[in-house]
Design a protein around this ligand. Structure first.
Ligand code: MV4
Length: 490
């Protein structure tokens, strides 16, 4: 592979190109009119404008991207995350054009892209799944029968769904009809696929996922877990590895289950197998994400591997150079997603110019970002500014480094989730490890940050007064002199 096009923008495009450069391969950036001056465009060896800012006219325009590849002699495409990364039709077109798609093949993407076909694929293996039905349900009577068998509450899920869309909790039989109809119509309008199924609702789960890596020779390993329970509205905010609740034995069992999920669809490249974990530490396979994920840096920090480098090596037909037994966890890593959102105002997007943008530096601090001081956060895309990742010898050290790094991260011009990060990393539930996917809903209110900012402002005022009084003392001799000087004049 001599030239790779990165079909993405922002921090992930830049992060992928850094590895491409490190491997001595040429990089091609594509960009929209809104991203003309972005770091990923400047960093690339070549860059082509795809069109107007809206994603449909730029980063989602697969045919235009393929035309660019032909023109520039590109032989590999890295899709990053989001945009075209999990589009099986695009992956197939790329392969048909004789270009290497740096990711799994279209067939694995198709199977895992539908939750029902994912369940079907995994069924033959001994992978625990949430009690429920693995077929599309349309009939209310059948739905009621299933719910009676597994017991309320149940959850109706869209097969094509993602991000909780089309998901409905049903507490009692009387609610079934209405919730089924809503779920089906929401699935229909959001995904063009009205297929829904029913599962037992796990009320306070943790979200723990396993990173897998598979080459084209049937070698599949896992790179341990990431704890991703701290999220709001299905948007992850904090991730860490390892998870405090996962014992070596549980890690081994979850890892083996994840490898089986990958093998069930002949998976290649990096992928993530998501599990729900209940309060008794039972884990259940949820779905598989067939892309490089946003939170992959925490896994890189604890394994020492470069996941993009691994993806490229696998794509060009190399065997994994290590086995499961060669892998181990080194220390602990935590990640905070820094969004241009206002945690004091319901996390509303806070678009605008980065008047000040100064990053913390230090041992064990990694920042993946795609902006520089003076740049404007465009309204057209995800409002994530950066990922702040810290690594320490243990969890306490990683968290301490994170709190210090947040303090030294100076962003002005837009509101960010940095103060929310401080809230999480200082919170007792987080520190003790006793939290689940309801953390934000259960513990967070903007008042808690406001009160703290007020207290900090009061401390700052007191410190200022103290300094003022001290400087007054020091000034006194000067005053005295000036008085005598005046007296002398007189
Ligand atoms: C669940 C669940 C409880 N029980 N399934 C949400 C998005 C989708 N990927 C899966 N999700 C869930 N599935 C059963 N049977 C709770 C959630 C869920 C959730 C999962 C992971 C991370 C955050 C979440 C927030 C709310 C609900």
């Amino acid at each position: 592979m001599n030239k790779i096009l990165v079909a993405n923008r922002g921090e992930i495009a830049l992060r992928i190109m850094r590895t491409i450069k490190k491997m001595g391969i040429k990089s091609v950036a594509v960009y929209s009119e809104a991203d003309r001056n972005s770091p990923h465009v400047i960093f690339a060896d070549e860059a082509i404008c795809l069109g107007p800012a809206t994603s449909n006219q730029s980063y989602l325009n697969g045919d235009k991207i393929l035309a660019v590849c032909k023109e520039l002699g590109v032989d590999g495409i890295h899709p990053g995350y989001g945009f075209l990364s999990e589009n099986a039709v695009f992956a197939q077109k790329v392969e048909d054009a004789g270009i290497t798609f740096i990711g799994p093949d279209a067939n694995a993407m198709r199977i895992m892209g539908s939750k029902l076909s994912a369940k079907e694929s995994v069924k033959k293996y001994n992978v625990p799944m949430v009690p429920g039905i693995d077929k599309a349900v349309e009939n209310i009577d059948l739905a009621l029968e299933i719910a009676n068998q597994i017991g309320y509450p149940v959850l109706i899920k869209a097969s094509a769904g993602g991000g909780g869309k089309g998901m409905r909790i049903v507490e009692r039989a009387e609610e079934m009809k209405e919730q089924m109809e809503r779920a089906i119509s929401e699935a229909e309008s959001s995904f063009g696929d009205g297929a829904v199924f029913i599962e037992k609702y796990v009320t306070s789960p943790r979200h723990i996922e396993i990173q897998v890596l598979a080459d084209k020779f049937g070698n599949t390993v896992h790179l341990f877990e990431r704890e991703c329970s701290i999220q709001r509205r299905h948007q992850k905010v904090v991730e860490e590895s390892p998870s405090v609740i996962v014992s070596p034995d549980m890690r081994k069992r979850m890892g083996e289950a994840a490898v089986l999920v990958a093998k069930s669809c002949n998976y290649t490249s990096t992928g993530t197998v998501e599990f729900l974990v209940d309060d008794k530490l039972n884990f259940y396979f949820l779905e598989m994400n067939t892309r490089l994920q946003v939170e992959h840096p925490v896994t890189e920090m604890i394994t020492g591997l470069d996941l993009v480098e691994q993806q490229i090596k696998i794509a060009r037909g190399e065997k994994l150079s290590f086995t499961q037994d060669d892998l181990s966890i080194n220390g602990h890593a935590v990640e905070l997603r820094v969004y241009a959102e206002d945690p004091l105002n319901n996390f509303l997007p806070s678009i605008g110019k980065l008047h000040k943008y100064q990053k913390p530096v230090g041992d064990g601090i990694r920042i993946d970002d795609g902006y520089e001081e003076g740049m404007t956060i465009p309204i057209y895309y995800d409002p994530m500014i950066a990922k702040l990742v810290t690594h320490g010898k243990d969890r306490t050290e990683a968290i301490q480094k994170m709190l210090g790094a947040i303090k030294n991260y100076k962003i002005e011009g837009v509101s960010t989730t940095l103060p929310f990060g401080t809230f999480v990393f200082e919170h007792n539930a987080f520190l003790s490890g006793k939290f689940d996917t309801h953390f934000v809903k259960n513990y967070y209110s903007p008042e808690l940050i406001k009160e703290k900012q007020k207290a900090n402002a009061e401390i700052a005022a007191l410190v200022a007064i103290k300094f003022w009084m001290e400087s007054e003392k020091k000034l006194k001799p000067v005053e005295h002199k000036s008085t005598s000087w005046k007296r002398r004049l007189a």
